[in-house]
Design a protein around this ligand. Structure first.
Ligand SMILES: Cc1cc2nc3c(=O)[nH]c(=O)nc-3n(C[C@H](O)[C@H](O)[C@H](O)COP(=O)(O)OP(=O)(O)OC[C@H]3O[C@@H](n4cnc5c(N)ncnc54)[C@H](O)[C@@H]3O)c2cc1C
Length: 403
């Protein structure tokens, strides 16, 4: 199938849509290579170190990604998107992770493409899709997804943020949400709230809440270990009145919307990180060939070369599981177990490989100026967001009939 769209100047559409198998076996698939060449030119930020230190979002990088149609990848043409398949979009994110140097921006983009947009497109009504999707693909609107609370993390549906019917076809939201990616930048939030905490998962409903709604207060940007250029904050809802037309799906459908939306996306959101693992591997190989100690390249020492071979193994394993999840998702088959395995593999392997990259580079791996250490900080969040590794193992065990 050819995705060429004569109305778009996008570089995202100029290559035939690949199968998951093609993506698996071809590390430099033409679509990914093309996106890497673009990202080399456009997604390398000169002031990353300063922005990382000050936790500053790369607005110019966001605009460049918008110009290249990154936000259009998955949304259907009816709402201004390109309607590309999952595999093409994953190759794009791998390329961003390989060639772009701002992992925080990549994470912000991934949250739009793999969380915000699909929830609205799959579960929103026609009016909600028409109101929000065109802005979310044109980059005029930024979104954030909020379910976690300080006292309700892995135990997602124990949330305390409530909704109650208000006057004139409205709902009134009260409570707080925590650790919301993109909150300080967002124009619209997907919010999960409960009718009554005692109802557990049955009480949860999903809402779209505009950032300027009275009663919604967005907290200060919260500095964190990595992904520091992705804005991140808590939210407070204080008698926040939301029109009933902004309820997504029926009352009580929030838990199934959340579970369905997370089924494969929990893995897809890590595609850029898998691209970063590949760049990290290539950097380690180049350094091990060049750096001399004891009169020869350090790559001649088996301890070093085997460590790098392990980085290769982890990267390949992560990619294979990612594209297996994509193949299942595209075929409409259950992907929950594979996606959970892919998320565990990619997030944990990234941490191990980041430590190995530091070890391989010696002190250069540890000081900030060479940029090696930032990978470890950036990937550490992967074992927490989207459900911790422990929770993913619970999912796998449950699929195996255990626990
Ligand atoms: C970078 C980053 C971005 C995030 N972005 C968002 C966002 O945009 N929107 C949003 O809503 N949230 C977001 N979060 C929050 C994230 O989803 C939660 O942090 C995560 O779900 C874990 O919740 P918690 O932090 O409360 O940890 P807890 O649930 O308190 O877990 C603490 C520890 O207990 C373990 N544990 C808990 N329950 C079990 C169990 N049943 N079995 C085994 N082990 C268990 C956990 O694995 C973990 O090791 C983000 C987090 C991070 C780090």
């Amino acid at each position: 199938m050819n995705n060429s769209n004569p109305n778009s100047a996008s570089i995202a559409v100029a290559v035939d849509a690949p199968s998951a198998l093609e993506a698996m076996v071809d590390l430099r698939h033409p679509l990914k290579a093309k996106a890497m060449a673009w990202a080399d030119e456009n997604m390398v930020s000169d002031d990353l170190a300063e922005r990382d230190a000050s936790c500053t979002f790369w607005s110019d990088g966001w605009d460049r990604a918008v110009d290249a149609d990154v936000l259009k990848l998955r949304v259907s043409p009816e709402y201004g998107g390109l309607g590309l398949d999952v595999v093409s979009a994953l190759l794009w994110f791998e390329a961003l992770g390989y060639s772009g140097n701002d992992a925080g921006l990549n994470f912000a983009l991934a949250c739009q493409v793999w969380t915000m947009q699909p929830i609205i497109e799959r579960f929103g009504d026609d009016d909600q899709k028409a109101r929000y999707l065109p802005g979310l693909v044109s980059g005029d609107l930024k979104g954030a997804f909020t379910i976690t609370e300080t006292e309700s993390g892995s135990d997602t549906f124990s949330m305390g943020t409530t909704y109650a019917p208000g006057d004139d076809e409205t709902y009134v939201l009260n409570g707080t949400k925590a650790y919301v990616t993109m909150a300080p930048e967002a124009d619209v939030f997907i919010v999960f709230a409960t009718k009554d905490p005692a109802l557990g998962s049955w009480g949860v409903t999903t809402f779209l809440v505009d950032a300027d709604t009275p009663g919604l207060v967005v907290g200060e940007n919260r500095p964190k270990m990595g992904l520091r250029t992705t804005p991140f904050a808590d939210l407070t809802f204080d008698n926040c009145v939301v029109p009933a037309s902004n309820r997504v799906g029926p009352e009580g459908a929030g838990a199934s919307i959340f579970s369905s939306a997370m089924e494969a996306e929990r893995a897809f959101v890590l595609a850029a990180q898998i691209g970063s693992m590949e760049r990290q591997l290539d950097d380690a190989v180049a350094f091990a060939r060049e750096r001399q100690q004891f009169g020869k390249p350090i790559g001649d020492f088996q301890a070093v070369s085997h460590r790098i071979a392990n980085m290769k193994l982890r990267h390949e394993n992560s990619r294979l599981l990612l594209y297996k999840a994509a193949a299942l998702d595209q075929a409409g088959q259950p992907s929950m177990e594979t996606a959970a395995l892919a998320k565990i593999q990619a997030s944990e392997a990234s941490i191990d490989s980041s430590v190995d990259a530091i070890l391989t580079h010696g002190a250069r791996g540890y000081v900030t100026e060479y940029g090696v250490e930032q990978d470890l900080r950036n990937v550490a969040g992967g074992v927490v967001y989207g459900g911790t590794s422990d929770i993913q193992r619970n999912v796998v065990a449950h699929q195996l009939g255990l626990g």
